[in-house]
Structure formats: C-alpha cells, structure tokens
Ligand binder design. Sequence first.
Ligand code: ASN
Length: 310
Amino acid sequence: MDIKDYGKHLSSPFLKKALKIHSDARKFMGDFLKEGRDFIEIPPVIISGITDPLNHPTTKSQVEVYGYKYELTKSMIFHKQIALHTLDKIFAFSPNIRLEPEERKETGRHLIEFTQIDVEQKNATREEVMDLAEDLIIYTISKILEKDSDILDSFNRKLSVPKKPFKKITYTEALAKYGKDFETKLSKEAKEPFWLIDIHIMEREFYDREDPKRPGILRDMDLIYPEGFGEASSGGEREFELEQIYKRISKKGQTPEQFKWYIEFAKEYGLVPSAGFGIGIERFVRFVCGAKDVRDVTLFPKAPGEYFPI
Ligand code: ASN
C-alpha cells in the first residue's frame, strides 16, 4: 500500500467505524473473561527464545539483542503454559508476527502483524474451553449488537447471536465429505460458527494433546466462521508430559533443541495439564463488520509479501 492509498484507507468512514467495533470487542472480551469468569489478564510477550513453530511454513523473524537471538512471537502458546505455574486462568491480547507466504496476500484473512486474544485454563478439558469460547463469542456479539447496532446497520450487516451449542464436525468427516479444501466449503455453507474437532496428529503442532484413547487424533479444535469468513480460532488440550512432548516433536521432524527453553523449563518444573484457544481480533472484527478483507478493518494493515512501512 503506498502513502496515497493509505491516506484513502485512513479517511474511510468504514475504517473509522470498524475501529470502534474493534475497541468495543476488546472491552467486551476482556470484561467477560475478567469479570464474568475470573481470568487474569497477563501482559503479552514480544520477543523470546521460544515461540510457536506453527503448522505451516512462515519465514523466521528474529532480532539480535546483546549478541543473542530472539524470535518475534508467533503465538504465546508456550508462555501460556508456563504462566499456569502461577495462575489458573489467564489471557493476553497478544500481538503476533507471522511472515506468511506471499500468496496468502489475497485470502482476505491474513496479516503478518495481528493480535489474538490468547486464553488458557489449568486442568480444563477441551469441552470446557469450547463451552467458554462459545460463551465468550455469544457475549461479545450480543454486547456489540446492543451498543453498535447503528454501525452495523450503516454497513448493512445482518448479524445474529449464535446459538449454543455450536455444531461440531470431525476432521475425518469433513475431509471425507468435502475433500482437502473442506474449510472453505464448510465455511461458505454455514449460517452459524461451528467447530472442527479431532484434527489428525500431523495437521497441527506438537503441543496439542494426542487423545490417549485414540492415537493419531488430537484433543483439539478450530472454530470456523460462517458465510465464508473462515477460521476464527484454534485451540485444544495440551501435551504436558515430557516423554510425549519428545515423541511429538520428533514425529513433526523437529528437534528438542529448537524449543530449548521450553524443554528446560518442563524438565525443571514440569508442565500442568491445560486447555485453551486463541481468537484473532482483526478476523473477529472483519466477521462482525462483514468486511471483504481483514485489511479493511485494520489501522496499520501489513499484508503478506507487501512492504508497508507505517
Ligand atoms: N493460540 C493458539 C492456541 O491457543 C495457538 C496459535 O495461535 N497457533 O492453541
């Protein structure tokens, strides 16, 4: 985006209103977790010796500090697990940097800099955090409909509060019915957000827990928006036993050395069982506003493959 296009973007009434929705969404999500459910908000981590490997290729973004290499946060997954040594229920508004492949520029869903609300709860099951995520989405959408209906009307956006429980489809079923591109097809067909569950072991990162009763299947889930808006969230129960973590790392062709500080921590103090999820804020705002592209609702939009110096 050059400076002239950025000028147009900045002065668009759509952006101005979408930023109001963004600001309100953060407030309602924070209120729900803090006041409704006793979660503690923790500060985000920007640079660290460990970050999420992610399941898809991204270019490593690192900075050198005092001669040591740090990575920029791709998600706070490991920090969430570590924080549960002190607190039982946590969340952060976590800025993430993911240098996505250039071809993701036109998906309408990818930014290389974005924020997710990243939530984790000690000793929780997948089903408990799915229930929590449903309540969080329902609360936030209800509040936005109450407070910002004039904005949504001006966008001609008809949004309704989703009903609980959200529908579920297993990864195996989705693949069999719709083929490899199931997410796009299912999202286009759906009228309400729905869950994709029981994802296959090689399709997600090593930290999502393998079902002890069903080897090869994970105790995890993605939340998918309807109307073609695509993925909203990913999460699950976590691996917490070192043996299993070693096994999963090697299965993904990774090495414990890549996650040195996480492994050191786990060896020294152990990890606690937990489950959690993260919801991308800009994607949530895009869905609420019914925007074509996530860049349209973002103040400083940085798209894959693009140089945007502000
Ligand atoms: N926040 C996600 C989770 O809690 C991880 C991610 O964003 N890759 O599972």
